[in-house]
Design a protein around this ligand. Structure first.
Ligand code: IPD
Ligand code: CA
Ligand code: CA
Length: 272
């Protein structure tokens, strides 16, 4: 490994430790009454546990990597201006954090949510961690270092035809018009694929594409903290992540489509 790879390997180890520690903190609140607040509407929720997890992660990063910037959902999501400035990632190393991806699942006691941490250098994803504290499922990747599930290498699904593909998607919390478009997309995709799932945690959907449980995933209107880690994990597992035009996905793009190489074109054309 060269000097940069050694440094990023250390970042990945530290990010894993922080995610596990935040996960232990979150588990302490499961099955207890939660303080639930609506953000933009009744489908866009936050609890005190999201905030605690985020503050914990921010503290660790600020202590160990004081020269890195941080973009995190509960701190930056409501701001007009963020270090990300919607499309323009700041130079240097930065951490993009969702302290609980799948908050609605968490609130309803559904064990399918995760801490998602993506790390970029000069706008390029270099590390990703997605950790479900209930199942202790840990997905990780380092640029050009492969993708792993609990330490074992993973790769995308082998299905070659859309008709054999199991797909997933999700509703946007803030856009009812797009959600009616999504219902029509689901009708078309369910008709041409094996079936469609809605699981409620975009970061884990991407990891399930990376590990071959799902063949593909599409979603409109996600934020960088939902997808930064998962995108690298899919890419390192041999998958592709594009926007609706089939171009390499940029963190400011609206539509994300992730799958194995074989079904990607057919997936895109049925979706559009
Ligand atoms: C949500 C989840 C969900 C997706 C929503 C996201 P949150 O994130 O990733 O799967 O469909 O659009 O907002 O709010 O639970 O962090
Ligand atoms: Ca999220
Ligand atoms: Ca969240």
């Amino acid at each position: 490994m060269n000097e940069q790879e050694v440094y990023e390997h250390q970042i990945l180890l530290d990010a894993t430790r922080y995610a596990k520690e935040a996960g232990a903190l979150i588990l302490g609140f499961m099955k207890k009454p939660l303080q639930i607040q609506e953000k933009k509407n009744k489908s866009d929720l936050v609890t005190e546990v999201d905030v605690l997890s985020e503050l914990y992660l921010r503290d660790q990063i600020n202590r160990d990597y004081p020269d890195h910037w941080i973009l995190s959902e509960e701190t930056d999501g409501a701001k007009e201006e963020s270090p990300y400035a919607w499309g323009k990632l700041a130079p240097g190393y930065g951490w993009i954090i969702d302290p609980i991806d799948g908050t609605t699942n968490f609130i309803h006691g559904i064990s399918h949510f995760a801490i998602s941490i993506g790390i970029v250098k000069d706008g390029i994803l270099v590390c990703g961690i997605v950790y479900n504290p209930v199942t202790a499922d840990l997905y990780s990747a380092r640029k050009q270092g492969g993708a792993f599930f609990n330490g074992s290498p993973i790769q995308v699904a082998q299905e070659q035809e859309l008709s054999e593909a199991l797909l997933a998607t999700g509703f946007q919390a803030n856009d009812w018009h797009s959600n009616s478009v999504l219902v029509e997309q689901i009708r078309r995709m369910a008709g041409t694929s094996r079936n469609v799932r809605i699981n409620g945690a975009a970061s884990l959907d991407l990891c399930w594409v990376a590990s071959g449980k799902l063949t593909g995933f599409w979603h409109d209107g996600l934020y960088p903290w939902d997808v930064a880690a998962g995108i690298l994990i899919v890419q390192e597992a041999g998958g592709v992540v594009t926007n609706g035009a089939g171009l390499a996905f940029d963190l400011s793009d609206q539509r994300l489509i992730a799958s194995n190489l074989w079904i990607h074109n057919a997936f895109l054309s049925v979706l559009e």
